[in-house]
Write a protein that binds this ligand. Sequence first.
Ligand SMILES: C[S@@+](CC[C@H](N)C(=O)[O-])C[C@H]1O[C@@H](n2cnc3c(N)ncnc32)[C@H](O)[C@@H]1O
Length: 258
Amino acid sequence: MSTDAQNNLDPSPVSQVDFGYRTVALSQKQNLVNEVFDSVASSYDIMNDLMSVGVHRLWKEALLDWMAPRPNQILADLAGGTGDVSLKFLQRGGQFAHVIDINEQMLAAGQKRKVMNKYQDKLNWLAGDAQDIPLADNSVDRVTIAFGLRNVPDRMKALNQIVRILKPGGRFCCLEFSHVKNPLLSDVYDRWSFNVLPKLGLLVAGDVQSYHYLVESIRQFPSQAELCTMMADTGMAQIKVRSLSGGIAAIHSGWKLD
Ligand SMILES: C[S@@+](CC[C@H](N)C(=O)[O-])C[C@H]1O[C@@H](n2cnc3c(N)ncnc32)[C@H](O)[C@@H]1O
């Protein structure tokens, strides 16, 4: 598989991208996303529990169930935020995890978590961009991105970078919000998303706009089939998807074979 370091040099073919329901210049989106996570970093973990009524924990467990970490494996957890996925990876016997996030406030909030103390020598908290990952080619066994790809301005660039850092035989898993097909569930989910979440955001985090962005960005994210195609375009193989909670979230998995 060819290295995609070249992708960093080539101008992206994309110039306009979604930021929630707005279309913005590619160069603008990251700053807007960073403002969102600067604003929510200190209340991120509690808001995650409230917004999903704790279900994000089950989704993350499902991600780890499917990944089934082994003692000799190194993980790069992109958009790793406060480190949930890396922590679970280590708790389940993985060897080492790089928690990589563009937002230092999110990483700092993660490093302060008491539950991390026991694992600090197996964690590398690294400020970095998923579109230009600060790790060597062919250096990790597993790459995850949980609720992160939605926020990345140039998703193809990030996916190509993921293939670059994976060792041959390595695996990528993306946990992300997805699209509900059942009309009844979709109706309840829309009411929760558009009516309740922004109010919770205001009450707990003192921020409505960030939670409008969350809800809108979920609706703008590619379908499961589209994301599978994007992954296949990077050369990943054996691409599979599992829907969670009726499609509210989904895990996409793909392998770098050579
Ligand atoms: C919704 S949080 C997810 C955090 C964590 N993975 C979790 O599941 O709890 C999204 C994270 O993506 C990060 N992020 C946004 N754009 C990024 C980029 N280009 N590269 C790396 N991280 C990015 C944000 O800073 C934020 O911490």
